[in-house]
Design a protein around this ligand. Structure first.
Ligand code: FAD
Length: 426
């Protein structure tokens, strides 16, 4: 057995774990990162608003505008640039920052943590024990050290990065949400197309269920994507990558053992009504590092760390977003289209606020009220729905949670999903 003494051990080397480790090491902490492969490739295809990415060097392809379709004749274009993240660049620069600040890495799985006088012992599957004053759980939505009530609502998406014959869309416009039906008569429960033109005939297309409970099945999303491709007259020439995405939207806030602070996916920091989380996690990593007093003992660091991840304001905002999530879950396809049309007609300041998980709860509430003034009456009724209110404050029964086919499962990879069917060119 090898024992390593450190100040802070970070479990998980995803974007949020590495960002936390870098910011902490730069503030003078001795930091140890534990992950089975700290420089293994990140699988997720990340897209974010350009102005929210704290590392501009990691911005890859850029779209100056983003388009939404609410119906055959109803479209809207947002003048807010969006970028695809160059995962290798972001990961490389975070790893470099950690190394330059004398941070260390162990390639191993964390198996458990254990409180000890003055801190925490972190055990790995390779027999190493890290003794730290504070442990950060950044192991993503599967959260290896903290407990959370499992999610009921999920974002599910099936995407391909492919070359398409006949694909000639404007390369400067991101397709943020295309709510037109994949096929007339096949639109319940609703899903939309997310479209990143990558230059020439290459495109990343993803059929996405924004939020569903129970979660939409991967084969249904895949079939809808095939239908859209066929209807648009495109032909798949080659598929470079397939993404199967499952994001828990409403997992409970973490219950953390002594000396452990969760962050990122492990801390349920995902925006409950959009599934976005990357830039918020990166911001939180910096905030966490700034909040820890350098002379603090384990209990002080734990308290400060938890407060930095889930402040009272962030908790209040989360309740409002959970309310929004429940409204969305109750809408059929036509109502979903009207809802988003109303949402994006609240004006740029309004929709920016609602998309920002770290906005002030007051500005979120004001935007929600503003939506009431612009939304058609069925949407207004949904906004007032009692079930949404009950759920947001946690009064709805969780008794059927265990029946959810994917509750508690890891989000990426094909675990628990039907076998992958080879991609057919229509
Ligand atoms: C397919 C997909 C696409 C997404 N796209 C976007 C997007 O475009 N924009 C956006 O804002 N958000 C997106 N998200 C949501 C969110 O940003 C991601 O889930 C993000 O990866 C979360 O970052 P994280 O660092 O918290 O966790 P992860 O990226 O999941 O990283 C967790 C790390 O912990 C490690 N780990 C796990 N268990 C252990 C263990 N026992 N011991 C040690 N290490 C362990 C893993 O190896 C991994 O390196 C997406 C999510 C998915 C699933």
């Amino acid at each position: 057995m090898t024992t390593i003494d450190t100040d802070i051990a970070v479990a998980g080397a995803g974007p949020v774990g590495l960002a936390a480790a870098a910011a902490l090491a730069e503030r003078g902490w001795r930091v140890l990162v534990v992950d089975p492969a700290h420089d293994g490739a990140w699988a997720n295809n990340f897209g974010v608003w350009e102005d929210r990415l704290p590392h501009p060097e990691a911005a890859g392809r850029r779209w100056s505008r983003a388009r939404l379709w609410y119906g055959e004749q109803r479209a809207q274009v947002l003048d807010r640039p969006y970028v695809r993240v160059r995962n290798g660049v972001l990961q490389g620069l975070l790893n470099e920052r950690i190394k330059a600040a004398n941070g260390r890495f162990i390639d191993a799985h964390v198996s458990r943590s254990e409180a000890r006088p003055g801190g925490v012992s972190l055990h790995t599957n390779k027999g190493t024990v890290a003794r730290a004053r504070l442990v950060i759980d950044a192991t993503g939505h599967s959260a290896c050290l903290v407990e959370r009530a499992p999610a009921r609502a999920w974002q599910v998406a099936y995407g391909i990065d492919a070359d398409l014959e006949g694909y000639e869309e404007d390369p400067d416009i991101l397709g943020l949400m295309d709510w037109r039906p994949a096929m007339p008569g096949d639109e319940e429960p609703p899903s939309f197309l997310y479209e990143m033109p990558l230059g020439g005939r290459r495109v990343f297309l993803e059929e996405t269920s924004l939020a569903s409970d129970p979660p939409l099945s991967m084969p249904l999303l895949r079939a809808r994507l095939e239908q859209r491709i066929r209807r648009r007259g495109w032909r798949v020439r080659s598929v470079h990558a397939v993404e199967r995405c499952r994001i828990p939207l409403d997992a409970g806030l973490p219950t953390e053992p002594d000396g452990v602070v969760a962050i990122g996916g492990a801390a349920a920091q995902v925006h409950p009504a959009t599934g976005y989380q990357l830039t918020r996690g990166l911001d939180t990593a910096q905030r966490l590092a700034e909040a820890l007093p350098l002379d603090g003992d384990s209990a002080t660091l734990t308290r400060a760390g938890r407060g930095a991840v889930w402040s009272m304001g962030a908790r209040a905002n989360r309740l409002l977003h959970l309310y929004g999530l429940d409204v969305v879950l109750g809408l059929d396809a036509e109502a979903t289209r009207s809802f988003f049309q109303s949402f994006f007609s609240t004006g740029e300041a309004g929709w920016r606020t609602m998309l920002d998980a770290d906005a002030s709860p007051l500005s979120t509430a004001v935007t929600m009220l503003k939506m009431l003034t612009v939304a058609p009456s069925p949407i207004r009724r949904s906004l007032f729905s009692a079930s949404a209110a009950r759920r947001a404050v946690g009064l709805r029964s969780h008794s059927h949670l265990s029946e959810s086919p994917v509750s508690g499962s890891p989000v990426s990879g094909s675990a628990g999903l039907p076998e992958e069917i080879p991609w057919r060119s229509p």
